[in-house]
Design a protein around this ligand. Structure first.
Ligand SMILES: Cc1cc2nc3c(=O)[nH]c(=O)nc-3n(C[C@H](O)[C@H](O)[C@H](O)COP(=O)(O)O)c2cc1C
Ligand code: SF4
Length: 678
């Protein structure tokens, strides 16, 4: 038996967990009609196959109709969920993992214009900043109803074969009762700590009396809200002790912080550039104070830190949740001593930010996650070996090379630069985004393992490619910054990439015109303001940086507000003129009737990239398919069979930003779904 602390079994009441790594509850927003159907099943089972001890599914499954599914939550209040849950629990158990589900009433942390359009409720009228709904103040008959709803939902989950349920308290209705900041009730549920905890205890009692003792019951709660007037650390420890002493639950899942604002949420679930494992010691303090089974997750994305968390006795089970979205097979790789092959979570938080915008959770650099029904985590070997030539070693090119290599093809990559990475190398120049380079480093290591040849400083011409005698050519040359968007004065502007790369010297009074709305504008602003410039970001959009999304915006705002960067929305830079050492920026508005000027010494334009596609168009007439991709075959997961030119020498495909400016995930998905069928 292994001596690895992470691989030791753990006895949780009657349940033996096969190791110490769990996937904590999270809602990837994969439900269909509020039910965990085939897609959800495939996603969950993949992690069980990968060796995790327990997977906790359904972050925040709703127990009541007035907990509307704001991020496409499972509807645990419907009886029809039971067979779907049974299908999932059977399949996960088959793989040797335990499975629990998280139940909640979101309280004010949702919106009334979802689901059945019922008023949102809470123990006060205080609005939650993130979801914006003004809640109804909860009444006695609401409380009775919701306690029963929790018990009914728990019973459904037991009937569906779950090993247990976890209550999502933090930030949701249960903690809205516990926190003095959100509880303004009189009577038995308001005032003293006893009273504020009464709802939580009543829910536990109701559940326990319904499900009996041989069912795991846990709670995920904040033991320190880190808000003035909120639940502080000493009260949090007292709460933890009372939870244990209730005798109603089997473990504590410790959270530190508050989630009512984007900034608060980002401190609870840190993203790239923020400290690793920031609350692990705190979870250890709770465990020491309670001597009770303690679980915890918060940016423990590497195996060494997870191992330390267990070996040091800080927690009993360690959550590696986003890490498992990036690589579902972490435990298997630990067991097989292939830790170095784990695809690293880079904390990009594309997954979580997307669900708060109503999308499904996708991992920025594993396009198979959430697409298990169509995309492989492990690529199958091809029937016959082909020669595949790829132009460009950015994320799209390297993903194509990795996948083609894993399929057993002979792969040659041409890269004009001296290093791989393309735009990722640029974005990683911001210290806070340097984890992004792991997207490239992991692919380089995988390419090496699969014998891919990469030629750097190699500017590929059509003849160079033809000389390789390829069966397939994939053009993944990316794009170049596109600044040619003004009616006059394009020659006077620089791009955000020029600023980030250091190719353009920072000005002192700078206007950034951002109508791409992505990271590059904010990164450029940070470089410029950090160098002492006065910076204004202007966008014609209704809000700034729409592509950066909520949690990713937090660290930027923390930095840019301190640097006094200003934001102007709904104005459009139209032209630039030179006036001595200065530039006159002429500003209009899509709403009409406005003409303003800014006098600055530098104008930066952030307008995405324009494809670098010369080589593609040179090769097009020489290919069998003239570059055409059959969308039907691509979507159906079939090999490409288009022939437009029977005399052609090779199949030709173009992927990523070489087609049109999109993002890293799109580039990697383009590559995976094409190359897996070559
Ligand atoms: C897409 C997504 C959805 C999540 N939804 C929930 C949720 O509904 N309930 C919950 O307690 N935590 C939720 N989480 C938080 C995770 O359980 C976990 O605490 C968090 O990701 C930090 O752990 P990690 O750094 O290992 O990912 C979610 C996380 C992700 C990535
Ligand atoms: S999107 Fe980023 S944070 Fe989310 S799982 Fe993937 S690498 Fe990790």
């Amino acid at each position: 038996m292994s001596s690895d602390p992470l691989l030791q079994p753990y006895k949780l009441k009657h349940l033996t967990l096969r190791n110490r790594i769990i996937v904590t509850s999270h809602e990837p927003a994969y439900p269909e009609d509020g039910m965990p159907k085939e897609r959800y099943l495939a996603y969950t089972v993949e992690r069980a196959k990968g060796g995790v001890a327990m997977t906790m599914t359904a972050g925040s499954a709703a127990v009541s109709k007035d907990s509307p599914p704001v991020f496409n939550n499972l509807l645990a209040y419907k009886d029809e969920i039971v067979p779907w849950i049974r299908q999932m629990t059977d399949a996960v158990h088959e793989e040797g993992a335990a499975i629990m589900i998280q139940l909640t009433h979101l309280g004010r942390r949702t919106r009334w214009d979802k689901g059945d359009w019922l008023p949102v409720l809470a123990p006060s009228h205080h609005r939650e900043a993130s979801h914006r709904a003004f809640p109804k103040k909860i009444e006695d008959w609401d409380i009775e109803r919701i306690i029963k709803d929790f018990a009914d939902a728990a019973e459904r989950m037991k009937a569906g074969g779950m090993d247990g349920v976890e209550l999502e308290a933090y930030g949701h209705l249960i903690d809205q009762f516990v926190s003095p900041l959100t509880n303004e009730l009189d009577g038995p549920y308001g005032g003293s700590l006893d009273n504020r905890m009464r709802f939580c205890m009543d829910v536990f009692k109701a559940i326990r009396s319904r499900v009996g003792d041989d069912f795991i019951l846990g709670v995920r709660y904040t033991a320190d809200e880190r808000l003035p007037g909120g639940t502080g650390m000493s009260e949090g420890i007292e709460i933890s002790k009372r939870l244990k002493q209730s005798g109603l639950i089997d473990y504590l899942n410790v959270i530190r912080g508050h989630i009512d604002t984007d900034a608060g949420l980002t401190d609870v679930i840190p993203i790239q550039g923020m400290a690793n494992a920031p609350h692990l010691d705190f979870a250890g303090e709770i465990r020491a104070a309670t001597n009770f089974p303690t679980f915890h997750a918060a940016k423990i994305s590497d195996v060494a830190t997870a191992r330390h968390a267990i070996a040091s006795g800080k927690v009993d089970m360690i959550g590696m949740t986003r890490a498992h979205m990036t690589d579902p097979h972490i435990v298997r790789k630990i067991i097989e001593k292939r830790e170095d092959e784990i695809r690293p979570c880079v904390g990009a938080n594309y997954c979580l930010d997307r669900i708060y915008q109503g999308g499904a959770a996708y991992c920025i650099h594993n396009a198979a996650t959430g697409r298990e029904l169509t995309m492989p985590h492990i690529v199958a070997k091809a029937d016959s070996r082909k020669k595949v030539v790829i132009v460009g070693a950015g994320p799209a090119g390297l993903e194509a090379a990795r996948v083609a290599g894993e399929r057993g093809h002979e792969v040659v990559v041409f890269e004009a630069a001296s290093d791989p990475g393309g735009q990722i190398r640029l974005t990683a120049l911001s210290p806070r985004r340097k984890e992004m380079m792991s997207i490239i480093d992991w692919r380089m290591a995988q390419c090496e393992k699969h014998g891919v040849t990469i030629r750097f400083n190699a500017w590929a011409e059509a003849e160079t490619i033809e000389a390789e005698n390829p069966d397939v050519v994939i053009v993944a040359t990316g794009g170049v910054a596109h600044t040619d968007v003004l009616s006059k004065g394009n020659e006077f502007v620089v791009s955000s990439w020029d600023i980030i790369s250091g190719d353009a010297k920072p000005g002192t009074n700078v206007l950034i015109f951002d109508d791409a709305g992505d990271h590059a504008a904010l990164q450029a602003a940070e470089f410029l303001a950090g160098a002492g410039a006065k910076v204004e970001i202007m966008t014609p959009d209704r809000s700034f940086s729409p592509e950066v999304m909520a949690m990713n915006l937090v660290p930027y705002m923390r930095s840019l507000q301190k640097l006094d960067v200003t934001f102007t929305v709904t104005y459009r830079l139209e032209s630039v003129e030179k006036n001595g050492n200065q530039l006159i920026a002429n500003v209009g508005s899509d709403y009409g009737g406005i003409s303003k000027q800014r006098i600055v010494d530098q104008v930066v334009v952030n307008h995405g990239t324009i494809p670098l596609d010369d080589i593609y168009f040179e090769l097009k007439p020489k290919s069998t398919n003239h570059g055409e991709i059959s969308q039907d075959e691509l979507i159906a997961g079939l090999p490409q069979t288009v022939v437009r030119n029977a005399q052609g020498q090779f199949q030709l495909f173009r992927i990523g930003d070489a087609v049109s400016a999109r993002n890293t995930h799109a580039a990697i998905y383009d590559a995976l779904r094409l190359a897996k069928d070559i």
